[in-house]
Design a protein around this ligand. Structure first.
Ligand code: F6P
Length: 255
């Protein structure tokens, strides 16, 4: 046998990097569709990758969802996290309280022994409410901080699943179907080519802001998310992907 033969997952990682044309992929064993604790393993891998970065006085924006809750579970303190600030990436996106970006951001900060700020906005904003909210002094300051985030950790979801989980109106669900949305991240819905087809109106990080971020980690697994992950990565955002074997294998079969 070859001495430095790579393990099965290392091999999968190499193949997936090539297939998706992205610089970094981490794959954990299992499939989170069948075994929920695989999300914690993805969380561990995401935290491990985060820790390789210089974290002192950085702003880290995070999204919600069950996978990011898994990342929060695995967060640990480190000596270079002095002055590091966790913030939610965007305002309310219709998640249960334990899966909201605010909750996850507070939990991460607590576990990392550092600070956080919360963004309090309702889930669905009318144009008027949106305009007046972004002018509120407390909100305005925080929005600037969020938009300046050098590090972003986020989930990716399957479009229809997310629209239903958010109890979106029938109009929105119809639109998502008609436009063939397959992926969702940050409240944006994308088609198979990675084009935005719908956007939830809320304040916070916008897709364009990601271009300025230095480190973007997408954490998403489960074979049911393979198409969503593939579509999202076509947006051209330079994300590092942390995923599981289930999604990785389904992705490679599909590409
Ligand atoms: O609603 C927040 C969010 O991060 C979405 O942008 C994403 O599609 C979803 O959660 C992922 O949720 P989960 O990790 O539970 O599949």
């Amino acid at each position: 046998p070859v001495m430095n033969e790579v393990s099965g997952l290392d091999n999968l990682e190499e193949r997936l990097k090539e297939a998706l044309n992205i610089p970094e992929v981490f794959i954990v064993p299992g499939d989170s569709d069948d075994t929920p604790w695989v999300k914690k393993e993805m969380g561990r891998a995401a935290v491990g990758r985060l820790k390789k970065f210089q974290l002192t006085r950085r702003v880290i924006a995070v999204t919600g969802g069950t996978t990011l809750a898994g990342v929060a579970d695995m967060m640990i303190p480190s000596s270079d996290m002095e002055g590091t600030l966790f913030v939610p990436a965007r305002g309310g996106l219709g998640e249960q309280v334990e899966n909201q970006a605010n909750t996850i951001c507070a939990k991460m900060a607590r576990k990392a022994h550092t600070d956080y700020r919360l963004l309090h906005v309702p889930d669905q904003l009318s144009e008027e409410a949106y305009q007046s909210l972004i002018e509120e002094p407390g909100v305005k300051d925080l929005l600037e901080i969020i938009k300046s985030a050098g590090i972003v950790i986020h989930g990716i979801g399957e479009a229809k699943t997310m629209a239903q989980r958010r109890k979106s109106t029938l109009d929105v669900i119809d639109k998502i179907e008609q436009e063939h949305a397959v992926a969702e991240a940050f409240g944006y819905y994308f088609n198979q080519s990675g084009e935005v087809v719908h956007k939830v109106k809320t304040i916070g990080l916008q897709l364009e802001d990601l271009e300025r971020s230095e480190l973007v980690i997408a954490v998403a697994g489960g074979r049911s998310k393979a198409k969503a992950i593939e579509a999202y990565l076509k947006t051209g955002i330079q994300s590092i992907l942390v995923t599981d074997e289930g999604a990785a294998k389904a992705l490679l079969e599909g590409t």
